[in-house]
Write a protein that binds this ligand. Structure first.
Ligand code: NZQ
Ligand code: ZN
Length: 387
């Protein structure tokens, strides 16, 4: 096991009706906030009104900044930075999913920084401070409600890039599973795939003797695998929604990565897909993860066979551990398909071939992955396996 420091300061406020506490939580930090949200789901569901009432009751004033889209754009981040500076706003309340939260974080690191906020995403600058961010989560998926990262798309050049820093973890996350009842099935499925990907990125490690976190990863994966079909069948099953929502946060709050070195290549490959084709992150991952697995399988067949037997209940084939391992990948792919996700680039809608360009861009900040280091040629091989 590797040495590690684990500190996740995000306060989780979880359960039925907890959005009524949003104002109280926010008032501990500020009385004048930027209320940041997406393209309409929170107004349709009535959440917007409930959040506003709660802010009002706690004496918190706000300025609205709606319009965050999936794969959140740099242009709106820049607008948010200007508003916060002009109106002397010192807190951002993100109401929505990963895209809204990531946009809020980007605004939060941009306001106190004198240069261009994109510098953080190109690694030209390191994040040292962020305006405090609070979250009301409406979709379990990205884990951004307790993570230290933000992923933003720069329209010019179709770049989707991440920035990170420990100060980027939200102060609190208000999480009511009932808020996820209105999710379209495809978004529920994309969320499940992203949560699973966050666990698998950590699970596939070359660090030996990580049994405890292996087991934590396995049960968290099983929780998603068990509960996703339940909520697709019955979107208002509170208990199943709650299991997924909490598992989604734990999957990416770094607990499952303690003592291990995760891989993360698949995430970087997916960011290239989303950057150009504007696909849902979880859908891109469903296509790429099995392809990545097939590409790197031979490096540690034992670990893949363990994944197959413990997560997918594959019977161990003593004559051929590789067959066991491949059966695990096959069942992962079949699971994605069963919940309505694409599993090939073609199904994802990619009809042209820009894989060479994507591979080149993917490694422009250096090779990706730790389980196996991938250069541009390696990245392109994974894209080829995903066709
Ligand atoms: O904009 P609205 O109208 O709210 O609609 C959203 C959006 O269209 C809708 N939605 C959200 N909650 C809903 C709802 N519709 C009905 N009812 C609800 N309760 O769902 C759509 C997707 O929302 P989005 O925020 O894009 O989803 P997600 O949470 O999957 O976030 C994806 C983004 O997070 C990034 C991804 O790259 C992607 O850009 N990630 C961020 C990470 C981080 N910061 O730690 C890690 C992840 O690996 C990921 O890369
Ligand atoms: Zn992800």
């Amino acid at each position: 096991m590797e040495n590690f420091v684990f500190q996740n300061p995000t306060r989780i406020v979880f359960g039925k009706g907890v959005e009524k506490d949003t104002g109280k939580e926010t008032a501990q930090y500020s009385r004048k906030v930027l209320l940041h949200y997406g393209s309409g789901s929170i107004r349709k569901s009535g959440l917007y009104d409930r959040v506003c009432q709660s802010l009002k009751a706690a004496g918190v004033a706000w300025t609205d900044l709606p319009g965050v889209v999936p794969n959140p754009r740099l242009s709106l981040v820049r607008e948010g930075i200007s508003i916060c500076r002009r109106e002397k706003i010192d807190f951002i309340l993100a109401v929505g999913g990963g895209s809204v939260i990531d946009s809020a974080k980007a605004i939060g690191i941009g306001v106190p920084y004198e240069g261009d906020v994109w510098d953080f995403y190109t690694r030209k600058a390191t994040v040292k401070q962020m305006l405090p961010v609070g979250v009301v989560l409406t979709i379990p998926a990205a884990g951004s409600e307790a993570s230290n990262g933000s992923v933003i798309t720069k329209e010019e050049g179709e770049y989707k890039r991440d920035a990170g820093g420990e100060c980027m973890r939200p102060k609190f996350a208000v999480m009511n599973p009932e808020l996820t009842y209105t999710l379209p099935p495809y978004q529920t499925a994309c969320g499940a795939s992203d949560i699973m990907a966050h666990i698998m990125e950590r699970y596939f490690t070359r660090v030996p003797a990580v049994e405890f976190t292996d087991r934590l990863c396995e049960v968290t994966l099983k929780t998603i695998i068990h509960n996703t079909p339940i909520v697709l069948e019955n979107p208002t099953d509170y208990d199943a929604r709650a299991e997924i929502m909490w598992a989604g946060t734990v999957a990416h709050n770094d607990l499952l990565g303690t003592g291990r070195i995760g891989d993360w290549a698949t995430h970087y490959l997916e960011h290239e897909l989303s950057g150009i084709y504007d696909v849902a992150h979880g859908a891109g991952l469903a296509v790429l993860f099995p392809a990545w697995m097939r590409h790197v399988l031979s490096v540690d067949v034992r670990r893949f066979a363990q994944f197959a037997t413990r997560v997918w209940d594959v019977e161990y084939d003593f004559a051929s551990p590789e067959r066991t391992a491949r059966e695990g990948i096959r069942r992962l792919t079949a699971f994605f398909r069963s919940i309505g996700l694409p599993t090939t680039l073609k199904e994802l809608g990619m009809t042209d071939d820009r894989t060479a360009e994507m591979a080149r861009k993917c490694v422009d900040r250096g090779e990706v992955g730790n389980f196996v280091r991938l250069d541009a040629a390696g990245v392109q091989k994974v894209f080829a396996l995903a066709r």
